[in-house]
Design a protein around this ligand. Structure first.
Ligand code: AHG
Ligand code: MN
Ligand code: MN
Length: 337
């Protein structure tokens, strides 16, 4: 029988990769692992208890929030507040960032950014959900955290990861030295190493986009979608970014949420969704860009709830999309001139 490596054991082993590590990041990652188990427990029984359904409140981005989002948000905040290893939090569900004012946390050097529950439109229909997180070193010297501690480029991420509440529950994370995945064994209540050193295939069989928005895409993107179909690629789209990107990481392919006429800057959030997922995709050997062809991780955020268009996945497919869109945009310019 293979030796089981639990998430906690793995995190502690990996601390050696960082010679000056103080154990704070290790502690933070373990706290997130714990929060993931608590959220998982509730997600699993969402169909049983009266926890799902709309709260009739909007989140900071003006979208309808469901009860489980709030539950996940509160759990994550609770675990991180108790940890003493994090001095501030920014969540998709909170309008502004939350400083953690406890005595220990004031000297902590990390801030955590997260989307507590990703894919909330899938809660009521028993389809997989996710949690996304990113960890940064604060940039302010000391005292209470400030906005600039959160408005950092994705290329400054110290660690990022996601939890996928799917047919099994997985936690996938990276500290900038490759990507590893852990599957929750419910019989022992532990995340166990199941996907060592995830590497994205150079190309893949799927494109993943909400094709129902086709009429709202710009012309070059419409042409690219036809091109994907012409190549015989399969279309896969769950509507939970974590799930769609996880499949893309494991099987290869391209995931796109472009700018649309109703979301001219794209729908997905740079800080809570695109940066952490782009960090993981790049760490696995893939690429992540906006539809304006900027590297996602090099974009400078100007506000917490900023949105961006995004395309990420197998390196050859992202490269090909870039070339295709450049050509299509040039032709579009000539046509409209
Ligand atoms: P959230 O539930 O955190 O608001 O995120 C939902 C996101 C993302 O997970 C998914 O890729 C996308 O919204 C789906 O949007 P469409 O329904 O427009 O395809
Ligand atoms: Mn989300
Ligand atoms: Mn969410």
């Amino acid at each position: 029988m293979n030796q089981i490596v639990t998430l906690d054991e793995f995190i502690i082993q990996r601390q050696k990769d960082f010679p000056f590590a103080t154990g704070e990041l290790t502690g933070l990652l373990r706290d997130i692992g714990l929060a993931a188990k608590i959220v998982n427990r509730e997600v699993n029984k969402a169909g049983l208890v009266n926890i799902f359904g709309l709260t009739h409140k909007d989140n900071a981005s003006g979208e309808r929030v469901q009860k489980l989002d709030i539950y996940a948000n509160e759990r994550l905040i609770g675990c991180l507040k108790n940890s003493g290893e994090c001095c501030g939090i920014a969540s998709e569900e909170n309008k502004t960032f939350l400083p953690i004012p406890s005595l220990e946390s004031k000297s902590a050097k990390y801030v955590v950014i997260f989307d507590p529950l990703d894919g909330s439109s899938n809660i009521d229909v028993n389809v997989s959900l996710g949690t996304i997180f990113g960890i940064y070193r604060r940039v302010s010297e000391s005292g209470q955290v400030v906005l600039d501690d959160f408005l950092q480029k994705g290329n400054q991420l110290v660690a990022a990861g996601y939890v996928l509440y799917g047919t099994s529950t997985m936690l996938v994370y990276s500290t900038g030295k490759g990507v590893n995945g852990f599957t929750l064994d419910p019989s022992i209540g532990e995340f166990c190493l199941s996907h060592r050193n995830i590497t994205i295939p150079k190309t893949g069989p799927y494109y993943s986009i909400n094709q129902g928005h086709f009429n709202k895409f710009d012309k070059p993107m419409q042409k690219y979608i036809h091109h994907c179909a012409d190549q015989g690629l399969g279309l896969r789209y769950v509507g939970t970014m974590v799930t769609d990107v996880h499949r893309t990481l494991v099987k290869g392919g391209i995931f796109i949420y472009p700018n649309t006429s109703s979301h001219p800057d794209g729908k997905l959030r740079l800080l809570y969704e695109c940066n952490p997922m782009s960090f993981l995709v790049e760490q696995a050997g893939g690429q992540a860009i906006s539809c304006k062809m900027e590297r996602i991780l090099d974009m400078k955020p100007t506000e917490l709830h900023q949105r961006t268009s995004v395309a990420m996945g197998s390196p050859m497919m992202v490269d090909e999309m870039k070339t295709f869109l450049k050509k299509a945009k040039a032709m579009d310019k000539i046509r409209t001139a």
